[in-house]
Design a protein around this ligand. Structure first.
Ligand code: HPA
Length: 246
């Protein structure tokens, strides 16, 4: 049977409607997990919930212990992970509170602990990452998203930046030339680490602002928060739909 975990992003440090069975503090060989792991029931299904920015949303993207988080999920027997992420839109058709189920990513992050295959190896290991997301889970997300009354993009290239500052216009222009559709700060190394531990991992991104230079206005936290509120409602509906079929 599938054991599902949801990694909550900005705007989803709590999963409203999740009946909490227990919270578990886990120590890993890689250090502390972002928050106590929540075991609960959502829409009638048992699942695990982990807010990647911590229970009070205090851990910035570049300080998240991605290795501890992914290791802990594997340790608990999780095999399927849906990662929620707030992103900026580079492509103009992708608008605030739309959802994007990315099919590719480009990693622009630096100096993050990004692999389990570094020390005490018996053999150098390279994992295939041509398709960074689990296609089966992506398809399930796409089917579940048909129930939503918002725009859902069933493909997208997620450019992952280091943060925590937002990008310059020139950086976004370059990312657009590279083929990126959305920009966020948490997609890597999370997806790569999930692949290293052979987890089926896919992402549901919520657009919360036009990326730098893609609107006249400056990007403010207030605007991001306002757009998140609506987008996260779509995510919750999507999750309650998908857990019925997983
Ligand atoms: N850039 C990077 N990360 C983000 C953005 C953005 O514009 N919006 C939300 N996360």
């Amino acid at each position: 049977m599938t054991k599902l975990a949801i990694i909550g992003g900005t705007g989803l440090t709590e999963l409203e409607g999740l009946e909490i069975i227990r919270k578990q503090v886990l120590y890993t060989p890689y250090g502390e997990v972002s928050a106590p792991i929540i075991h609960g029931i959502y829409a009638g299904k048992a699942l695990i919930f982990l807010p990647r920015h911590g229970s009070r949303h205090t851990i910035p993207p570049h300080k998240i212990n991605y290795r501890a988080n992914i290791w802990a999920l594997k340790e608990l027997g999780v095999d399927t992970v849906i990662a929620i992420a707030a992103v900026g839109s580079i492509r103009r058709e992708m608008q605030n509170s739309d959802l994007v189920i990315p099919h590719q990513l480009i990693d622009y992050t630096s100096a993050r602990e990004h692999t389990f295959f570094a020390d005490n190896l018996t053999q150098v290991t390279h994992v295939d990452f041509s398709q960074p997301y689990c296609e089966n889970l992506r398809n399930q997300l796409i089917v579940a998203s048909r129930q939503l009354n918002c725009q859902v993009f069933t493909q997208g290239v997620y450019g992952v930046t280091q943060g925590p500052r937002l990008e310059t216009i020139a950086e976004i222009d370059r990312m657009e030339k590279d083929g990126c559709d959305i920009v966020g700060m948490t997609g890597m190394p999370e997806a790569g680490l999930a692949r290293e531990l052979e987890l089926c991992y896919a992402c549901c991104a919520v657009v919360v602002n036009p990326a730098a230079g893609r609107s006249e206005a400056l990007i403010t936290m207030a605007d991001i928060s306002a757009n998140l509120i609506k987008g996260v409602q779509h995510v919750k509906t999507l999750l309650s739909e998908i857990v019925l079929h997983i």
